[in-house]
Design a protein around this ligand. Structure first.
Ligand SMILES: CC(C)(COP(=O)(O)OP(=O)(O)OC[C@H]1O[C@@H](n2cnc3c(N)ncnc32)[C@H](O)[C@@H]1OP(=O)(O)O)[C@@H](O)C(=O)NCCC(=O)NCCS
Length: 309
């Protein structure tokens, strides 16, 4: 097995260290994050310190739990745990991501990296279970190729009620599961005034704001920056909408989100090879995405993009 840390496309997967205590305590204290988990929020800094010290001292290849820290741009954003069976051939997986980083594929990327290591080390089977109401967790496991193997009805007593568990399994022979190219299609909705639309989706309908891009400043806005004309992503449960305020109306746009830039190139080759006219071939755009564009017969613009490595 290679040494930790490991770099993925956007993340660093590494051992825990003493400097992680505050961030770890913060996201594990979020009641939304702990909702279907075995611990109670809030998690004090003292308890977090004890846990992080244990994680940092654990041996990755030894039986028992090993916790991987997941880092994005120098910040701890979550963790992935592997519980290795005494026989060294079976393991369990668990994962947690701080709320602001959910919905962007980071957990999939981090768990995929950890599963690569586990199967490389000779593990035959990885199991996982989750509360049946934890759809984000079940979707993540299925996205990675886990097979849903069953449901244990009213198996767990949690927070004063009986809850169902979903059971999942993944075999070394099924790994790596093919990485899908297009993993989401998000409509780009034209809006007259972005501030008004954000107030509607965010304040009235309870959508979260993923990011805001300002056209006048040509940059992503920070959380406390006021709204500016441009584009914003709003997300609630499985629905992602990209709201765009532009000076001149443009035709309907759809964002086809692709996992890697190589897959964007492959789609370009495939569609170009079949005779589709590509309006703009793949290139890195000012907002950092690797993107190509094509038009369907009605003029709908398909924006096909991935994060550059
Ligand atoms: C479980 C948990 C880690 C899943 O997090 P997540 O953000 O849904 O998973 P990912 O980071 O992989 O993001 C996937 C989502 O981002 C979207 N996405 C964006 N970019 C993506 C990319 N490059 N690759 C894959 N998905 C991407 C996917 O479409 C998906 O959205 P959807 O759920 O609306 O379909 C998170 O909900 C969590 O921490 N929950 C609290 C702790 C918990 O319950 N853990 C599990 C215990 S069993």
């Amino acid at each position: 097995m290679s040494e930790l840390p490991v770099r993925t496309e956007r993340l660093v997967v590494r051992r825990f260290a003493a400097g992680d205590v505050a961030a770890f305590a913060a996201y594990r204290s979020d009641p939304e994050v702990s909702r279907y988990q075995s611990w109670d929020a809030p998690v004090s800094e003292v308890d977090a310190g004890r846990l992080v010290a244990n994680f940092a001292a654990a041996e990755e290849a030894a039986p028992g739990w090993f916790q991987y820290a997941v880092e994005l741009a120098g910040e701890l954003i979550g963790d992935v745990g592997i519980g290795l069976h005494d026989n060294g051939m079976q393991a369990e997986v668990g994962f947690t991501l701080a709320r602001p980083y959910q919905g962007q594929g980071y957990a999939t990327e981090a768990v995929r990296c950890v599963l690569d290591r586990v199967f490389d080390a000779g593990v035959h089977r990885v199991s996982a279970d989750c509360d049946a109401r934890n759809t984000a967790s079940a979707k993540l496991l299925e996205r990675l190729g886990f097979r849903r193997e069953g449901r244990r009805v009213q198996h767990t007593w949690a927070n004063g009620e009986w809850t169902d568990d979903l059971l999942f399994g993944l075999l070394a022979t099924d790994w790596p599961s093919p990485v899908p190219a297009i993993y989401a299609c998000r409509p780009n909705v034209l809006v007259r005034d972005l501030s008004t639309s954000l107030r509607f989706y965010r304040d009235l309908l309870g959508f979260g704001v993923g990011w805001r891009w300002s056209d006048p400043s040509g940059r992503f806005l920070a959380e406390d920056d006021p709204d500016e004309p441009g584009t914003a992503l709003v997300v609630r449960e499985g629905a992602h909408l990209i709201l765009t305020q532009v000076a001149d109306a443009h035709p309907t746009r759809l964002h086809l989100d692709v996992n890697t830039t190589t897959q964007v190139d492959d789609l370009f080759a495939e569609w170009h090879g079949r005779g589709a006219t590509i309006a703009e071939p793949p290139s890195v755009r000012p907002w950092g995405m690797y993107e190509m564009r094509l038009h369907d017969p009605d003029g709908t613009v398909l924006r096909v993009s991935a994060h550059p490595a």
